[in-house]
Write a protein that binds this ligand. Structure first.
Ligand code: SAH
Ligand code: SF4
Ligand code: F3S
Length: 456
């Protein structure tokens, strides 16, 4: 890093070179982006919001669905002109999408103006790669699969001052048949709990108010470590750290979610009473084809236990519509599950075929039109359920962590309650990054509207 810093100083003098880093995809990628920016800052880069002003452009890509990839290819296509006209500009790609061999090959062959390309396993090699590009003007590509897990001790430049992402594990061993993640992120690896506790405690001491533990499947945390720990016990340890903060976590795989985890959520006052439990489908036939290892009944057992233990718990989920071979009956099973659980919100996606996955080989007779029609029906039902649920919150009082300006009006601010619902209220700029107590006066369907009351 020091060598790059000196090189940049001799090249740019007193002017600070600027980096434009844009992250697509999930929070794991956002967290990687924060480490990449941490390294770039130590190498002497400042940051800019527009690629036009940048001396280094880095797109941290995602491979989860086709549209995520199309957007990146479109963006780099549009940057060709700028790159060709500015020989000093470094154009780089990193993240999950470029870890796929067919994409790496495509970039090598069809995008010769991309200088730098590295996969999620080797982000710590960025300084060496950048040094090589800056000194030799040759392209540097590295998609080695190390399976080393989360790199420790990299500098982190966090995007926010009061909410932090904390990865507790990397990779995934589940191989859901539609999903590219296990191929691009490699095998599951947990961080030693001591490292997590140290990072967590430092964040609390720095004043962070909400810390979200990240992993593709946090419920299998601890497997393969030399210590006697699991996710429920990790939550209890973090909850015991003194301070006024909240703990969130994502994602949970229903096959590994346990009653012990639900008990921990119930017992730990700092753990938000919100459970994001991606179900994907309500049809047992489709769940088996997806290789999810649970049935609708297994899923409902978890939901019902959680509702019994934590009456005000909020559930959210991920749904895939139009998995290969999904019939109208299968889809109706999903709708019926949604009615039974009453999720507060959903992240729903139309199935997207991913090269190299098992589902890509399956027969898929359903037309795109039918899939979009199902998707619209799902959204309509989600809205109806959400609106009904939200009505029940009028009159209740919540503690919210204020994120920033709200959408309701000029003096409105917005935050989320424990259950991850958006709450707008008439507030002040100083509230941002603090907890305030709000009494709900109205449901807006997509959010709740309230009035600030004295803290209780
Ligand atoms: N590890 C997390 C999911 C990460 S991906 C988990 O298992 O819950 C986030 C979501 O993207 C998934 O839950 C799934 O709903 C969706 N997804 C993954 N692959 C997809 C594909 N090929 N097409 C459409 N949606 C997909
Ligand atoms: Fe993908 Fe399944 Fe792993 Fe989630 S658990 S990342 S959906 S393979
Ligand atoms: Fe995308 Fe990679 Fe996350 S594929 S969803 S950025 S793990």
């Amino acid at each position: 890093m020091e060598q790059v810093r000196r090189l940049l100083q001799s090249r740019y003098g007193d002017r600070i070179p600027l980096a434009y880093v844009h992250t697509y995809g999930c929070q794991q990628n956002v967290s990687d982006g924060e480490k990449i920016k941490g390294m770039l800052a130590l190498m002497g880069y400042g940051f800019c919001e527009s690629p036009r002003e940048a001396n280094l452009i880095l797109l941290n890509t995602c491979a989860i669905r086709e549209n995520a990839e199309d957007r990146v290819l479109g963006t780099i296509g549009a940057m060709k002109h700028q790159r060709v006209n500015d020989p000093e500009l470094v154009l780089g790609l990193c993240g999950c999408m470029v870890q796929q061999p067919h994409i790496e090959q495509k970039i090598r062959e069809s995008y010769p103006y991309v200088d730098l390309l590295f996969g999620p396993h080797v982000i710590k090699n960025l300084p060496q790669m950048l040094y090589s590009v800056l000194t030799s003007h040759k392209r540097a590509f590295d998609t080695t699969e190390t399976n080393e897990g989360i790199p420790e001790d990299l500098p982190i430049r966090r995007d926010q001052a009061f909410k932090a992402w904390l990865p507790i594990m990397s990779g995934c061993n589940n191989f859901c048949t539609y999903c590219i993640v296990p191929y691009v992120r490699g095998r599951e690896k947990s961080r030693p709990s001591q490292k997590i506790i140290e990072e967590f405690t430092a964040l609390v001491n720095e004043g962070y108010k909400e810390i979200t533990l990240l992993g593709q499947n946090v419920n299998s945390y601890g497997k393969g470590l030399d210590e006697d720990i699991d996710f429920a016990r990790l939550l209890r340890k973090l909850n015991a750290i003194p301070g006024d903060f909240r703990i969130r976590f994502m994602s949970s795989h229903p096959k590994d979610a346990t009653f012990a985890l639900i008990d921990a959520i119930a017992d730990c006052e700092k753990v938000c009473k919100h459970f994001h439990l991606p179900v994907q489908s309500g049809s047992d036939r489709i769940l088996a084809l997806m290789n999810r290892h649970y049935t609708k009944a297994d899923y409902m057992k978890l939901i019902n236990y959680a509702k019994e233990k934590i009456p005000d718990i909020s559930f959210t989920s991920d749904i895939i519509v139009g998995f290969p071979g999904e019939t109208e009956t299968d889809f109706e099973e999903t709708l019926s599950l949604l009615k039974e659980v009453e999720f507060d919100s959903l992240f729903s996606f139309i199935y997207s075929k991913r090269v190299g996955t098992k589902a890509a080989e399956m027969e898929d007779p359903t037309t795109p039109e039918e899939k979009s029609e199902r998707f619209s029906r799902l959204l309509a039902l989600e809205k109806e359920i959400g609106a009904k649920r939200y009505e029940n919150f009028v009159g209740k009082t919540y503690r919210i962590l204020v994120d920033g300006p709200g959408k309701t009006g000029p003096s409105y601010y917005s935050g989320r309650n424990d259950g991850y619902m958006i709450v707008d209220y008439d507030g002040k700029e100083e509230d941002i990054g603090t907890f305030v107590t709000v009494k709900i006066t109205k449901s807006l369907n997509w959010a709740l509207l309230g009035e600030r009351v004295e803290d209780q």
